[in-house]
Ligand binder design. Structure first.
Ligand code: URA
Length: 244
C-alpha cells in the first residue's frame, strides 16, 4: 500500500498530516528515510516514525443488514448512506464489498482489506452470492422451472454486456419466490436476468455470501471473526454444486 496510507492505518494522523511528517524525513522504511508519500510499502517492511516501529491496525470485517431506502455508498446522496448505521472508528477506511441497490435489502459486507474484497467480488473466484427474489409472475410448473434453470446454467446475454452471465442456480421456494445463486455482480444483475427471462423482480434480498449467512436484524451490524471472514470469501463453487 502507499506509504501515507500505511501511516494513517497505524496512527491517528490524517492523510495530509501523514504527508507532512513524511516530507519532514521522520518516516523510515527498513532503516532508510523515505520522503515520498506515494511510495509503495509492504506490511513486512519495518516502518518507523521518529524511530518508533509502526503497526497497522488489524483488518476489519463487518456484516450489515441493509434496509431498503439506504444506499451502498460512503457518503449520503439523495438517500442516506448505510454508513449511518455503523458506529466504528475510522469509517472512512472501510469500503463496501459488492453493493446493493437502494431498494434491495440484506447482507452487505464492509472491510478495509482490499485483498479480501477482491476475493469476494472477482468473478473468477467463484464466490457465490445468494439472493431471495420475489417475482411478479408465478413459476407454476416443474417444466417451467426446468427451462429457467437450464437458461440460467447456460448463461444469459444481457444488453450491453460482451459475455453471457456465468452459470447461476435456481431454487424455487414457492410460486412467487426463488433463491438465485450467482458468482458475479454486474450492475442490477438479478433484475436484468429476471427481466431477460420474461419476469420482473418485486423484492430482492441478499441472504448469503460464500458460506456466510445473514444472521442479524434489519439495520443492525456486527464484526465478523477471522473464521467467518474466511467463510464469506469461500468459493462455494456454483460449478461444483451443479455437477453434484
Ligand atoms: N442484483 C440487482 O439487480 N440488484 C442488487 O441490488 C443486487 C443484485
Amino acid at each position: 500500500m502507499r506509504l501515507d496510507r500505511f501511516i494513517c492505518k497505524s496512527t491517528e494522523l490524517s492523510r495530509a498530516q501523514a504527508a507532512v511528517i513524511i516530507h519532514a524525513g521522520r518516516v523510515a522504511v527498513n532503516g532508510e528515510p523515505l520522503c515520498d508519500e506515494r511510495a509503495q510499502v509492504h506490511e513486512s517492511n519495518r516502518i518507523t516514525l521518529d524511530d518508533q516501529v509502526l503497526q497497522p491496525r488489524p483488518f476489519r470485517y463487518i456484516m450489515l443488514h441493509k434496509p431498503a431506502g439506504m444506499i451502498c455508498s460512503n457518503v449520503d446522496e439523495y438517500y442516506a448512506s448505510v454508513f449511518r448505521l455503523l458506529s466504528v472508528e475510522h469509517p472512512d477506511e472501510l469500503h463496501i464489498v459488492g453493493r446493493l441497490d437502494v431498494d434491495t435489502t440484506g447482507l452487505v459486507l464492509l472491510t478495509d482489506d482490499g485483498r479480501w474484497s477482491f476475493a469476494i467480488t472477482n468473478p473468477k473466484s467463484d464466490c457465490s452470492k445468494v439472493y431471495r427474489v420475489t417475482l411478479r409472475d408465478p413459476i407454476s410448473t416443474a417444466s417451467q422451472t426446468e427451462v429457467l434453470q437450464q437458461r440460467l446454467i447456460q448463461g444469459i446475454k444481457l444488453q450491453g454486456e460482451a459475455l453471457p452471465t456465468r452459470p447461476a442456480l435456481l431454487t424455487v421456494l414457492s410460486e412467487y419466490q426463488v433463491l438465485l445463486t450467482l458468482s458475479e455482480g454486474k450492475f442490477h444483475q438479478v433484475k436484468r436476468m429476471v427481466a431477460a427471462l420474461g419476469n420482473r423482480v418485486r423484492q430482492l434480498h441478499r441472504v448469503q455470501i460464500g458460506r456466510l449467512k445473514l444472521d442479524i436484524a434489519e439495520g443492525e451490524w456486527r464484526h465478523l471473526s477471522e473464521e467467518e471472514a474466511l467463510r464469506s470469501a469461500d468459493t462455494n463453487r456454483i460449478e461444483a454444486v451443479r455437477t453434484l
